[in-house]
Structure formats: structure tokens, C-alpha cells
Design a protein. Sequence first.
Length: 294
Amino acid sequence: MAKSDAELIAEIRKLYGWVAEFFEIPELKAVFKTAIAGKWGPERLEGAITKTKWWKAHSEARRQWMALEKRDPAEARRRMGDRTLEVTAMWEQVGIASNPQRIREIAANSLRFGWSEIQLRRAIGAEFHYNPEAAALTGGTAALTLDGLRTQAEQWGVPLSEQTTKVWLESIVRGKSSEENFGIYLKEQAASLYPTLADAIDRGISPSQYFEPYRQIASGLLGVNPSEINFSDPKWAAALSVPSETGERAPMTLDAWQNEIRSNRKYGWQHTDQAVEQAHEMSLAINKMMGQVA
């Protein structure tokens, strides 16, 4: 079964890093497919690329760099050192795990090929790979973006799988998409999940805003911090999608939501001080009715 373009790009990034950014160029796409099938090393791939028409049309910057290396090697080394520091700073800003070899390769190629700043940033972004099973991201724009995606998903009440998170995070970090586009995607998903709220969603009212009373009721009954109640979690999302008289799924009434929290043991209301006290008072009332209490 032939691999999709997305699968090929992922494999190119894994094997060759930044060059995946040129996958969309038809002539190079054919070279990449051959390289993967033949399990070429980076050197063989670079050699094949230099023989393409695309390369010949874009090699002026390389010729100028090679001339500088021969004419003034000290200046070439200085520029390489400056560019390496620049790439390192941008690399750390994104939050990618340190890889000095890759940093040097990108710095060198950016000078050889005369990359623009956008091309340089995209090449660095191509080195970012999100692994949900690894330790949490510790810093940089990648970590901030990940927090932003999860916060938006919670606001719009949309469950976000790790695979969906990975696709969006990598796309945004690599400059292929944006958090604004992600927000549009969430609004569309929310309108599908909560059809009775479609009009409110179209007006920019998020499910999180709409369901704030449900959050406060749960918080008050269970004695938990409202921020811990995430309506993108199926446990809490039960309040937002029950069969209605029209056949569409709609939010519970607030009264029904209170009863659900008290009666469904998964919420743990039976262990709260309020529940224990209520049970005690009921026991006293029953005993009194039975004549066991004066």
C-alpha cells in the first residue's frame, strides 16, 4: 500500500530533517520517494538534489558562498559562527531538544542556499516532533502553543485526542498553520457536538461560557475547584448532551444536572461532607418517625 504524502513527509523529517520543507516541489518529491525506497544516506540524497533542474536554478547563492569560503575563509567562518548562534537561539526559542549536529547543518545550509528568515524558521520548525508519550514539553513556543491548544479545546468543549494534538501542534510550530485556524476548527467541531448551541457558537459564545452555571453547581456540590471541571472530559460532558424532545442531543436542565451529580456515583458526591450530613439527618428523621427518638 502506497504511503500518503503526510507519511512520506514524516519519514523524510525523521531521516533527513529540514529538507522535508522542499517536498512540495514536484521534481524533488520524486527524488525523496526514491531516497526513502532505497534507504539513501543524507550525502547521497544531497548529491541527487544537486543534479536536479530545481537545484541548477537555485544554486547562485551556493556558488557565492563557495567563492567566499575560498576567497576569505576567515570571514566564512565568522558568518558560520554567527549563524550557528542565531540558529541555536531560534532552536531553543521553539523548545526543541538540543541537537548540535542538526543546528550546524541548518546554519551551514542556510548560508549555502541563501535562505530567507522564513525559510530558516521553517527549517528549524521541521525538526520539531511532538511525542505525547515522552516527558511534557518544558519551555519555548512549542510548550506555550500546546497549552494554548488545550485551553482552547477546553473552552469549546471539544475532546482533543493526542493524535489530533500532535498534528495541530507540529503544523503550527512548523509555520504551516496557526492557532487562529485551530480555533476555527474547534468552533466547527463544537457546533457539531452541541447542535442546540449552534446559534450561540456562531455569535462567538463558547460552550465553556454557556456551561458556567453547570460548573458552579458541580463545584458547590462536590467541593472542588471550578477550574478542575473540564467539559471536554467525557465525565463532565455528560451534562451537555442528552436526548431532547426534538430528537437532538441537548444540555440537561440545571435541576437534572444537580440530581445527576447526587445520584451518579462516578462524581463521588456520596463521599462529601454534605452527603454524609444529609444521610445523618435523614437517619434521624426516620428514627424519629419510628418512635426511636423522643
